[in-house]
Structure formats: C-alpha cells, structure tokens
Design a protein around this ligand. Sequence first.
Ligand SMILES: [Zn+2]
Length: 356
Amino acid sequence: MAQLSTQHAQLLQHGDFLQLTLSNPDSLPSSQFTLPNGTTVSILDTGVICFEPVLCESDTKDIVLSCGVHGNETAPIEICAELVKDLLTGQLQLKHRLLVLFGNPAAINASTREITENLNRLFSGHHSMGAGLINAERKRAKALEEYVSRFYQEVRVTNVVPRNRYLYDLHTAIRGSRFEKFAVYPFLHNKPWQKAQFEFLQACDVTTVLLMQTPASTFSYYASNTHGADAFTIELGKVQPFGRNDMQRFAKARAALRQLVSEAAVSTVHFDEQQFQLYQVYRAINKQTQEFKLHFADDVENFTAYPQGTLLATDGDIEYRVEREGEAIIFPNAKVAIGQRAMLMVVPTTVAHNIA
Ligand SMILES: [Zn+2]
C-alpha cells in the first residue's frame, strides 16, 4: 500500500473521505494507516474505506454499509460520510469490522442516479453478461463485489467462527411513499427470515418490508446469496438535493447505524409482526416496447393500491390492470430501458410460517 499524498492526508485528518472520493471519482491509490485508538484504516479505492478495530474475542460482526449506488440519493451519503468522519477523527469508537462504500462517485458528482447504467442491476455477475464490462458502472459493480468478497473472507482473527455478515445498502426512493421508509428483503431461497433483522429495521424506523421471491441483480441480493450476509436494500425516504434533506427524518436510522458499528448490540424491541407492513411481490411488469405508458400520475406514491380492474399501464396492445385485492404499485418508472422492470406489483403477506 502506498503512502498518502499530503493533500489526501490533510483531508483525512479532518475525516473528509467523501470529499477525497468526490475529488477523485475514478480512482484513488490504496493506502493504509492506523488511528490513535488502534483501528486500522484501509483506503482501497475511491469511495471504498475499511476500518478494522482491535478486535475483542467475542466480536463476530463484519458490517458493510453502502450508499450512493444511485448518485442522487443524498441522505444516505450524508449519513455515511458523517459516520466515516467521526470514526476517522476518533469521535466514534468502532466495535466491529466495517467496510463503507460510496457506490458511484461519478454519479454523485453529476447529481444523477447513474451515468450510463443502473448500478443496482449489475451485481451477481450481471456486470459481465451481455456486452460485458463496457462502461464505468459495470466495472464498478465488479470491483465492489471484489471488495466485499475480500472484506468478508480476509478476517485477521481466527478464534471466532462463524462470523456474522451484514450489508445494508442505503437508498432514497425517486417518488414519495405511502410508507416513507421501507426495506427490500432479498430472496432467501426459502431459508427463514430473521427476527433480529426485523428488529434492527424497526430500530431504523423501517417497518415496511418487501419480501422478494426471486433472485435479483441488486447489491443486497448479491451479499445475501453469495456471502450468506443478512442484507437489505433500505429506502430511507424521498430523494432531495445535497443539504436539502431534513436530517430529523433520518434520526433513528442514523442513530441505529452508529450504534450498530460502535456497540455490542443495537437496542431493539421484540419482533411483533403486527407492527410491520409486510408485502411480497405478486408480479413484475417489464417494459417491452417504446410505447410503454403508465396510466397514473407521475407523483403517485409507492404502495398505492387501486380497485381491482383499474388500468395501470399499457405497452403497445398489452393492458395491465389491477388483478388482486390489495395489490399495490411500487417503483414505477416508464423511462427504464426496454426489457427492464418498469413496475412491481405487491400484495400484503406474512412471515409467521418461516421465521427464525
Ligand atoms: Zn436507489
């Protein structure tokens, strides 16, 4: 690992890893140093920083926090940047191994969701399928997978097995939501859902959870399926420009994440399904032609439900209507590329039959 340049060292002395990342959006030479409290800090790439505290024997957690996978989703970037700053300056004492990822620095600089391709559709090897590694997002997805793999596999303690892996990929939604915050629980291939994870989500003020039933090309499914991590996509609210987020709205998530990395356990309340809104996917609607059109207003909120028979979308000659009672829309986006998902339809569900 290289020495830090003077300019880089100065930024890091103030804990400003986000600024260092955004000034070097394409790459950053790797470097390593030790904080006065003994924590080893490894900068592995632009937007990729790993913290390894002097571990106590009982510690078993390896935590990945990611933000900025979509460049314009600013609130999680602000939350993670602050957390990194407080760790670098010694204001927050780290308890567990932690990898923090700022997913798409070039898109953050451009204040756009993506530069050429949706980064959160490129994981689990999708980056190399089809046309292959033809753009920056595809290369970044591959690199992020490698950093996560190394982080989970190269643990320098040998006495604690098995270790527990976590990945929380933090987002904000494009549109408003009937339930402001919600999490996507990736498909577990029929393994049980984890009570402790619902409890952690509730501590983050997230009580709406969408349970997926199929594999996906998202970061959270990748961590869950490839590494056995407890992994989630967490939507913390609606997209706002930098500095325009009402951080009060994120206070619980911010506090729970800080507690997660700095304490042995997060304060939670016992899981009670009645306090959650649980949904499962009923069907995905993919855009098949350029004529794809949504038949509801642009600002309709996620989880809005319409009466059975309501026309939701047309795609050339195809009509999509509400088929089931309680069926609700989520992530509608008519502007996606042909062949991509334009909207998900979800229905209420329960986890009682398969929870551990
Ligand atoms: Zn997002």
